[in-house]
Design a protein around this ligand. Structure first.
Ligand code: ATP
Ligand code: HSE
Length: 329
């Protein structure tokens, strides 16, 4: 059978043959959405496209767009390293890879760039395997979430739309919903990044019971507001668990969120920040949110990109091409 992998007796690993091309396209995501820390996420219409081709030897990456000139272009590239690690866990290896990434998701801004990279790697690795070796969607979500450390970005990156994720007995799971069509995300993305690791380091290990209870109530309301009644988004996005605690690392963003909320706009810190996102109720409010963001950022010492970033409903897309055969979805 053409392209059938051969067993490597030396390591007991099977090898993906050279000449296989796989492409993946994964959307940006905004996690937390206010009170849903490490559980809620929304896919946004901005994509990273990654293509890998298996070759006889060597690992190299060509990176265009976001991260070009800063991320590694050798075997330590996040997608290449993650892809190889996952294949190894599955009992496979790849002799060499050429990767071409067209990145549009800015790094370290709270828009799920690392989750998109982890999801891309797992999907690409899975697509390189023969069909009878492929994992289920639930297993792919679990694997990518473990790499990320939490599932809130990975889940919407895979399924699109709005997701609620949870962990049970060491396994990550997720449920996807369709957001109400009136919900329009508006983002303000600063030039200066903030690593998720730094932002997580500012969180307390414990919170009072009444704080946890208040946040839990707002998450329930948030799901209702996002899917049924967007007029409740301001109340539904109220958080006490993480945004204020992270203010020292992103004072401008947290100050802007407060200012916008006082104006009646459902503003949140996107993911671990420092991007600020307003979940607007309809296009008129989205226009007001954009103007309010621009006004609030006048005089900032750094440039910000303010734009409407619609919800992505499609999630990740994968295409495979096996030596000479047409690309298949
Ligand atoms: N497409 C990519 N290719 C290579 N490395 C990447 C890619 N995307 C992210 N990274 C790595 O991940 C880092 C950013 O991850 P980090 O978790 O700090 O922020 P984020 O994922 O953009 O934001 P958040 O998790 O808050 O949504 C980058 O600095 C880079 O090292
Ligand atoms: N829930 C995560 C999202 C960023 O990866 C956080 O806020 O730290």
């Amino acid at each position: 059978m053409p392209n059938r992998p051969e067993r490597s007796l030396a390591q007991g690993l099977r090898s993906v043959p050279a000449g296989v091309t796989v492409r993946v396209s994964v959307p940006a995501t905004s996690a937390n959405l206010g009170p849903g820390f490490d559980s809620m996420g929304l896919a946004l219409d901005l994509r990273d496209d990654v293509e890998v081709t298996t070759v006889d030897e060597g690992f190299s990456a060509v990176v265009q767009g976001e991260g070009a000139g800063t991320v590694p272009t050798d075997a330590s590239h996040l997608v290449i390293a993650t892809l190889r690690g996952y294949l190894l866990e599955r009992g496979w290896k790849v002799p060499g890879l050429e990767l071409v990434a067209t990145n549009r998701i800015p790094h370290g801004r709270g828009l799920g760039s690392s989750a998109a990279a982890h999801a891309s790697a797992i999907l690409l690795a899975d697509a390189l395997l023969p069909e009878d070796e492929r994992a289920s969607a639930a297993d792919l979500l679990n694997a990518a979430s473990h790499l990320e450390g939490h599932p809130d970005n990975v889940a919407p990156a895979l399924t699109g739309g709005l997701t609620v994720s949870w962990e049970e007995d060491g396994r990550y799971r997720s449920s996807a919903m369709r957001p109400h069509p009136a919900v329009v995300p508006v983002v303000a993305i600063p030039a200066q990044p903030l690593s998720t690791e730094t932002a997580r380091g500012l969180l307390p290990s414990q919170v009072p019971h009444h704080v946890a209870a208040a946040n839990a109530g707002r998450v329930g309301l948030l799901v209702h507001a996002l899917t049924q009644e967007p007029s409740l988004l301001l109340a539904g996005t109220r958080d006490w668990l993480h945004q204020d605690q992270r203010e020292p690392a992103m004072p401008e963003s947290v100050g802007l969120v407060r200012d916008l909320r006082r104006q009646g706009l459902a503003a949140v810190v996107s993911g671990a920040g420092p991007t600020v996102m307003v979940l607007a109720d309809g296009m008129d409010q989205a226009g007001r949110a954009r103007a309010a963001l621009q006004a609030g950022l006048e005089g900032s010492a750094q440039p910000w990109r303010v734009s409407i970033l619609p919800v992505d409903a499609a999630g990740a897309k994968v295409e495979t091409h096996r030596s000479g055969q047409p690309i298949s979805g």
